[in-house]
Write a protein that binds this ligand. Structure first.
Ligand SMILES: *Cc1c(COP(=O)(O)O)cnc(C)c1O
Length: 358
């Protein structure tokens, strides 16, 4: 039986994308060869990567002065590639938790890093507001969705500098105005595809401004020039990304999926707020659409966390254990998670309440 998959990443993907990728593994386009045994420079694969890029451009309405790249190394590799390519003197980082901090740590190897705002004082349960952004930054780095803490920047904010955004866990979940960012990047494995490929959307004019030498593989201009084929790209993950983007387009694109995401998240947040056994530690207005952490409420804090996890497992649910930094539970409600899965979780919470409420 297919499980309700609430994993934070790698995470649930559209069934049709997995089925089509399975078929391509056995025989790509009826050519008698597997997708993973042909040259990445063959026409058959060139079509795949081109279509993945053009679908992303279409779904996100990416302006023509931006380039789409498919790279290896994960979002974590970008934490160092970004300052390598963009940090000459000073960069600003908004510290909203674990991933933002990791990005900041790498940047410090390349130049001055200013923490322009932080939510650490309250265990990253909110998004800093009314931030005073210095205008002399080479760029400002933000993490739009904080996968671990469940906070999210809900709107594109106008900052007076080049904004670089880690959108690993909320890309394609809501409409963004790409023109407000100098660069958007992330690992595909949360909302776009499997692990192994990283997407980068970069405005070309921000490159080539630093004085340091950049190793060929680390230089975005290499990958632009070579169409993400300077070295062998992650062919299989890119194929699954293409299938996932085709699926998203067939549903009506980002606006259509956003409506469903808003509905799914509301269902779950409403139940967390209603149910006396549970509470959500996140500031209401900053609650993420994609990663929803919740814990036992104060009155029930002595209940064993494993009890609820076991209870949901028996009902075919997986991936609900919370991150150790937050505790409790976390439901990731990515694009490919069906509303039926959220309904099943809500039902489980209500049944659990009926057994354990005092
Ligand atoms: C998962 C995640 C990362 C790390 O991605 P890798 O591809 O494993 O390097 C970075 N940032 C955010 C926001 C994430 O959710």
């Amino acid at each position: 039986m297919k499980k309700h998959n609430f994993s934070a990443g790698p995470s649930v993907l559209p069934r049709v994308a997995i089925e089509n990728a399975s078929a391509a593994l056995l025989d790509l386009n009826g050519i008698g060869l597997s997708l993973i045994e042909i040259s990445h420079r063959s026409n058959d694969f060139q079509q795949v990567i081109d279509e993945a890029s053009s679908l992303l451009v279409e779904l996100l309405d990416i302006p023509s002065n931006y380039k789409v790249l498919w790279l290896g190394g994960g979002a974590s590799m970008q934490f160092c590639m970004i300052p390598f390519n963009l940090l000459e003197k000073k960069a600003g980082y908004i510290n909203t938790g674990v991933w933002a901090k990791k990005a900041m740590k790498e940047a410090k190897l390349f130049g001055e890093v200013v923490e322009v705002a932080s939510s650490e004082d309250k265990n990253n349960t909110y998004i800093p507001k009314n931030i005073d952004v210095p205008t002399d930054l080479d760029y400002l780095h933000i993490t739009t969705n904080n996968t671990i803490f469940g906070t999210e920047f809900k709107t594109d904010i106008d900052y007076p500098v080049n904004v670089v955004a880690d959108m690993s866990s909320d890309i394609l979940s809501r409409k963004v105005d790409v023109s407000k960012y100098a660069m958007i990047y992330g690992g595909a494995q949360k909302n776009m595809g499997p692990a192994g490929v990283t997407f980068v959307i970069v405005r070309e004019d921000i490159l080539g401004k630093v004085s340091r030498q950049i190793p060929t593989m680390m230089d975005y201009r290499t990958h632009i020039k070579e169409g993400s084929m300077f070295n062998t790209p992650p062919v299989f993950p890119i194929y699954v990304v293409r299938e996932t983007l085709k699926w998203l387009k067939s549903l009506g694109g980002v606006e259509a999926i956003n409506k469903m995401n808003v509905e799914k998240a509301a269902l779950l947040y409403d139940e967390i707020d209603r149910n006396p056994l549970f509470s959500c530690p996140v500031n209401v207005e900053d609650r993420s659409l994609m990663n929803i952490p919740f814990v036992y409420s104060e009155a029930y804090k002595d209940l064993d966390g494993a009890l609820f996890i076991e209870f949901t497992k028996e009902r075919g649910m997986s991936g609900l254990k919370g991150h150790r930094l937050v505790g409790g539970f976390r439901a990731s409600t990515y694009n490919a998670l069906g509303k039926d899965s959220v309904e099943a979780l809500v039902q489980a919470m209500q049944d659990f309440e009926a057994i354990h409420s005092k």
